[in-house]
Each structure stands twice: as structure tokens, then as C-alpha cells.
Ligand binder design. Structure first.
Ligand SMILES: Cc1cc2nc3c(=O)[nH]c(=O)nc-3n(C[C@H](O)[C@H](O)[C@H](O)COP(=O)(O)OP(=O)(O)OC[C@H]3O[C@@H](n4cnc5c(N)ncnc54)[C@H](O)[C@@H]3O)c2cc1C
Length: 359
């Protein structure tokens, strides 16, 4: 299909965000002959599929692994696997109470996947596969507003640039997407009222991530991840603990610690040093010896929109049909990495249909 539109469009479709949803959407649009520009405010691809270096260590500090259930995502993961971008990590993790008592062995038989060199592997693979003749990704390109002019979408960027397109896919966390549409003057008349009600009801939990580099191996059992019991008053501040060396992405011992949603909400405005101390205290049982000597480097990250608490059952929400503007990501149709990827795919297919006059 050739959906290229006449006129002075910079692209047929603009995509806000180069997380997994935005990149899957870009791939699908390009495959359908739609010219795409992806705008990403960050310096790295992948959004919450994030990997970073800390000294000589490598830490995944957003999503830790992903599972594969649907056929479309399975095909994509298989291709990425064949290209060397992702590998199977294990078939489950140790489950534990906060103090490490009552540990259950890992393994429920369902494969957990990871990026070969870190979780950004899958997004980087998708970006590398994008045909440059039809798809462009602009990094450090922060969108400040998204509005409508006639039947066109107008996207403004922090650097003063403005893009005109026939359609937009907005994959940023929903509260941020609403801010962009508000700044673009879409409220209330240019946005479908039912869509607005649905979008406004979507909320996210925050999450603190503490990354540590150790001078010795950790006490985290094989295969390198512990999922802590569901939150409750008796439990501590940790939801997840990973050993990035056992995971196979770091050449030196390093840990990734995710705080629970309850702890992260309670301490969202607490000074970072105090949050770090609380999480260090809680992780001490998995570090052999005094923390002062074992921990050689530390870094705390605060995710404001870590995981949706209210998810919409549909895989996308159309804010507008003329021009097509659609919100997607992990808040739609199923959370987590696979849910976000499926939502990006559904959003792209919807845009293709609308541009072709079929929806
Ligand atoms: C701490 C943590 C742990 C997690 N653990 C897991 C896990 O183990 N397994 C799992 O499956 N999932 C996990 N998740 C969830 C998973 O990471 C997400 O569901 C998924 O990555 C979301 O993808 P997305 O494309 O919808 O959004 P994002 O990855 O958030 O992508 C949105 C992109 O939009 C960009 N953006 C935002 N605003 C603008 C703007 N104004 N202009 C330009 N760009 C913009 C952002 O920079 C970002 O790159 C975890 C998430 C977190 C935070």
C-alpha cells in the first residue's frame, strides 16, 4: 500500500517516543509504505527498556525481562533472536519474603527473555532494521505540543522546529501525552470526549531503582533474580533484585534493585540519599560483608511513570480520527513489554486503515 499524502507534510505520520511501542509502530507503518518520523526526547532508544553503564558495570534499570505470549510479538522476538539481539534468560525466578526467609526455587517453565547485552537490545534491533528511506528516528527531540490545523497534525519541538503530518501516534506515558495535546490546543474540542475521559483515568505507579556495583559476587541465587512477595505491611521496600553479572550483561558484579510501588509513592519526594540508604539497608542480606567496602559505586533513578495501575482493555485509544491521532503503549491492551509492543502494532494498523480511508 502507498499511503503517502500530498501536500507539504514532513512525514505521513509522526510518532512520539522511541520506546518499544513507538518503535514497533514505526516498523509496521514503514512496512505499509507510510513515511514516518519518530521523535524521542531522550538520548537513548527504548524508553523504559533501559540499560546503562555504571563504572565498568552494566545495569538494566527499567524492564528486567519480558515474556512472549502472542504470535505477532513472538515473530518479532524470534527475528531479534536470530539477529543476536535477544536471548532467553531463564524460566522463572526465586520468590522470597522481604527478609529472605521462605525462598522458593525458580522455574515455572515459561521462558523469560532479555536483551543479549541489556534490555535495550530489542529496541535497538527494531531501530536498526527501520528502512531509512521511509523511517527516520530523531533523538534528543522533545515534543512540546501536539495540535491540529485543518486535517493536519502539528507537532512542536523544544528546539523550535515544527512538523506537519497526516497522522500521529503518541506513545509517551498517558499523562505526558495529555499535556502535549493540551499544549497544542486540542482540549476540549479537537479530542473525542470519550477518549479524553478514558485517557484521564489512566494512572501509573512510580518506582525507585537503585543500581550498585560490588567488589565481590552477590548472594543472589541463580539465575540472578529475586521477586519479592506481594506488597503488604509486613514486607520491606524491595520488589525485585537482579544480579546483572549472573544475568549475563555485566562483566563485573552489579545489582539492580526495584523498590515497591508503595515505598516509591511514600518516598517520592524524599531526598535521594535517604532513599538510597533505606534500600541499601534492605538489600544487605544479599551482599556478603560490610556494605561500606562491598559497594564501590551506586546510582539511584526515579521513574515517575513506571507501570500503569489502570489499564485500558483496548489496545489503543483514538484521540481524534480526522486527523488520526492515537495513544498507545503499555497502558493499553496489556501492560509490560509485550503489551506495549502489541499496542504499538495495533495503533500503526489503525493509522494505516484511517489514512487509506478504511476506518
Ligand atoms: C522499573 C521498571 C521495571 C519494569 N519491569 C518490567 C519487566 O520486568 N518486564 C516487563 O515486561 N515490563 C517491565 N516494565 C514495564 C515496561 O518497561 C514497559 O511496559 C514498556 O517498556 C513500556 O513501553 P512503551 O513504549 O509503552 O513506553 P516507554 O518505554 O515509556 O516509551 C515512551 C517513550 O516516549 C518518550 N517520550 C516521552 N515524552 C516525550 C516527548 N515529549 N517527546 C519525545 N519523546 C517523549 C520517552 O522518552 C520514552 O522513550 C518495567 C518498567 C519499569 C519502569
Amino acid at each position: 500500500m502507498n499511503a503517502t499524502m500530498p501536500g507539504d507534510h514532513d512525514a505521513d505520520a509522526v510518532i512520539v517516543g522511541a520506546g518499544i511501542a513507538g518503535l514497533v509502530a514505526a516498523r509496521e507503518l514503514v512496512a505499509s509504505g507510510v513515511r514516518v518520523i519518530v521523535l524521542e526526547k531522550g538520548r537513548g532508544l527504548g524508553g523504559r527498556m533501559a540499560t546503562r553503564r555504571l563504572g565498568t558495570a552494566v545495569c538494566d534499570h527499567g524492564a528486567q525481562f519480558f515474556t512472549v505470549r502472542g504470535r505477532a510479538f513472538g515473530t518479532l522476538v524470534r527475528e531479534a533472536h536470530d539477529a543476536g539481539a535477544v536471548v532467553e534468560w531463564c524460566d522463572g525466578f526465586t520468590r522470597a519474603t522481604a527478609n529472605g526467609s521462605g525462598m522458593l526455587p525458580p522455574g515455572d517453565g515459561h521462558p523469560r527473555w532479555r536483551g543479549t547485552a541489556g534490555m535495550t537490545g530489542l529496541p535497538k534491533h527494531l531501530a536498526a532494521e527501520l528502512d531509512p528511506a521511509c523511517g527516520e528516528i530523531r533523538m534528543a527531540a522533545k515534543v512540546t505540543s501536539l495540535g491540529v490545523e485543518g486535517v493536519d497534525v502539528i507537532v512542536s519541538l523544544e528546539d523550535g522546529n515544527r512538523l506537519r503530518a497526516a497522522a500521529a501516534i503518541v506513545s509517551s506515558p498517558v499523562p505526558q501525552s495529555l499535556d502535549l495535546m493540551e499544549a497544542g490546543g486540542m482540549m476540549p474540542n479537537a479530542i473525542d470526549p470519550d477518549a479524553l475521559r478514558t485517557l484521564r483515568a489512566i494512572d501509573y505507579d512510580p518506582c525507585f531503582t537503585l543500581m550498585l556495583v560490588l567488589d565481590r559476587q552477590s548472594l543472589v541465587p541463580s539465575p540472578g533474580g529475586i521477586q519479592f512477595e506481594a506488597e503488604g505491611p509486613a514486607n520491606g521496600p524491595i520488589a525485585w533484585l537482579a544480579d546483572n553479572q549472573q544475568k549475563g550483561i555485566s562483566s563485573v558484579p552489579s545489582l539492580t534493585i526495584h523498590a515497591t510501588a508503595a515505598f516509591s509513592r511514600e518516598h517520592f519526594e524524599t531526598p535521594p540519599d535517604a532513599v538510597t540508604e533505606l534500600l541499601l539497608e534492605a538489600v544487605a542480606p544479599w551482599i556478603d560483608g560490610p556494605l561500606a567496602s562491598a559497594v564501590v559505586e551506586r546510582s539511584l533513578h526515579r521513574w515517575k511513570f513506571a507501570q500503569p495501575t489502570t489499564a485500558v482493555t483496548e489496545p489503543l485509544v483514538a484521540a481524534s480520527t480526522r486527523p488520526p491521532i492515537v495513544c498507545c503503549g503499555d497502558a493499553f491492551g496489556g501492560a509490560k513489554v509485550e503489551g506495549a509492543a502489541s499496542s504499538g502494532l495495533a495503533a500503526a494498523r489503525w493509522v494505516v486503515r484511517v489514512l487509506a480511508g478504511e476506518a
